[in-house]
Design a protein around this ligand. Structure first.
Ligand code: ATP
Length: 367
């Protein structure tokens, strides 16, 4: 196992900058997740660590060694891709053993290692099958097993669960977490899927347009996003953002207003009448079937019953251009067109400068 350090790394192509001056260090044995929208540079970061692509600037360290000039085969990293890339003519056992054979490890040790990995991934009964005789989930487990069997210093996983159906995805995600607890190999995991990011990561790195937006624990990223991009990327449904202004006392939303908590007042002093985005997560909106004084009136647009609770899409009664998503308990099932009253949990609001997207209250809260 080893730490992985990227120091001021960039990858510029003649037509695009895929990765733009990024720096982060994954401590030995930690599981980090890289998230961001399509094209933000996630795979390029992974490929550079693996040695399949090279930085045009900066250094990459694995353990104490700068690996910029080390070829991929000598880096002691194992990469698992979305398409499993198993050897079709080999059995599961041969696929699991392949990396070890290449390193000329003795036969008894290979057998022992393959046995341990097959056991931990529930592949023992499949060892004599060829990849085409396996389900997608089983193939994915073999791909993971092949990487684990090599006992690398670092795992690089590029959307490894995205070809699996929902149930298998959940199961394999839990399996990955268990495997990490068992083997503790330093891991960088790329995903679009925020559930994977939230559940697996020690730390999440949010990337956008090749640049790091924020690095933090899942809780910190969720509860204290540093800007509007991070706020709207993590969380399903995403954080609501309402365009507003602050008049020195309250946030104004056309004919309605929302009180400003005392904790936000100092920072907002220099943003009087400046365009702001008021961020509030759906679970921090209290909903009442009857509007009363002090509540914000909304009109229900769409209702999505999910069983345990319902997702309600609505718009502000005073300004139909502003929409909100909120959640009600299963039995409270409003209908489209219903008028409801909502209030926000004030100390959970996050205010963004609408011009720059930066969170104004970012550093003032404990997670
Ligand atoms: P996705 O989630 O869609 O897989 P990603 O975040 O992994 O995307 P990358 O594949 O790392 O994104 O690509 C980052 C950017 O670099 C994209 O704009 C892409 O078009 C560009 N890019 C990647 N490889 C090359 C290349 N060989 N030549 C030119 N541009 C490239």
């Amino acid at each position: 196992m080893a730490r992985v350090l990227l120091n001021n790394v960039a990858r510029r192509f003649s037509t695009a900058t895929a990765v733009d001056n990024i720096t982060f260090e994954i401590p030995d044995g930690e599981f980090w997740v890289l998230v961001g929208p399509s094209g933000c540079g996630k795979s390029t970061v992974l490929r550079m660590i693996a040695g399949l692509d090279f930085p045009t600037q900066g250094e990459i360290y694995i353990g104490p060694q700068c690996v910029n000039d080390v070829p991929a085969r000598n880096r002691d990293v194992a990469m698992v891709f979305q398409n499993y890339a198993l050897y079709p003519h080999m059995t599961v056992a041969e696929n699991l053993a392949f990396g070890l054979k290449m390193r000329q490890i003795d036969r008894a040790q290979i057998q022992q290692r393959v046995g341990t990995v097959a056991e931990s991934l529930d592949l023992k009964h499949l060892l004599n099958r060829k990849p085409k005789q396996l389900s997608g989930g089983q193939q994915q487990r073999v791909a993971l097993g092949r990487a684990i069997a090599r006992n690398p210093q670092v795992f690089l996983l590029d959307e490894p669960l995205s070809n699996l159906d929902a149930q298998l995805r959940d199961d394999t995600r839990a399996e990955l977490k268990r495997l990490h607890q068992l083997f503790g190999v330093t891991t960088l995991y790329v995903t679009h899927d925020q559930t994977e990011a939230m559940t697996l990561a020690d730390q999440i790195v949010v990337l956008s347009q090749g640049q790091i937006q924020q690095i933090g624990t899942p809780q910190a990223i969720y509860r204290r996003p540093c800007n509007r991009m991070v706020a709207s990327f993590l969380g399903s449904p995403p954080m609501n953002l309402l365009r507003t202004t602050y008049d020195g006392d309250a946030f104004q939303l056309k004919d309605q207003h929302i009180p400003c908590p005392a904790s936000l007042r100092p920072v907002l002093k220099s943003f009087l009448d400046h365009p702001l985005d008021l961020g509030i997560r759906p679970e921090h909106i209290q909903v009442s079937p009857n509007w009363s004084d002090g509540m914000i009136a909304i009109t229900v647009d769409l209702v999505e019953p999910l069983g345990r609770d319902n997702l309600i899409r609505a718009y502000l009664a005073s300004d139909t251009s502003q929409s909100l998503t909120l959640v009600t308990q299963g039995e409270f099932l409003p209908q489209p067109g219903d008028r409801l009253g909502v209030s926000f949990v004030l100390d959970q609001m996050i205010i963004f400068d609408a011009t720059t997207g930066a969170a104004l209250s970012h550093d003032d809260r404990s997670v």
